[in-house]
Write a protein that binds this ligand. Structure first.
Ligand SMILES: [Zn+2]
Length: 64
């Protein structure tokens, strides 16, 4: 019989692996290099949003 505790632990480890693999590119503000405050809008190929540090509108770039 498989121990339920061991099975759960195995699944947790799998999920952690999945999380690392699924790490999405973060959008960072070009002014401060911080994440966006709220939603970003793509206007003619440029991501525009609110910087979470200076709370101003600015361009955002994908961080690889
Ligand atoms: Zn800023």
């Amino acid at each position: 019989m498989i121990d339920a505790k061991d099975y759960t632990k195995d699944q947790i480890e799998e999920n952690i692996d999945h999380f690392i693999d699924h790490n999405e590119k973060e959008m960072l503000s070009t002014c401060c290099g911080w994440s966006a405050l709220g939603n970003l809008h793509n206007i003619e190929g440029t991501w525009i949003g609110l910087c979470s540090k200076c709370c101003d509108h600015c361009d955002f770039e994908e961080e690889e």
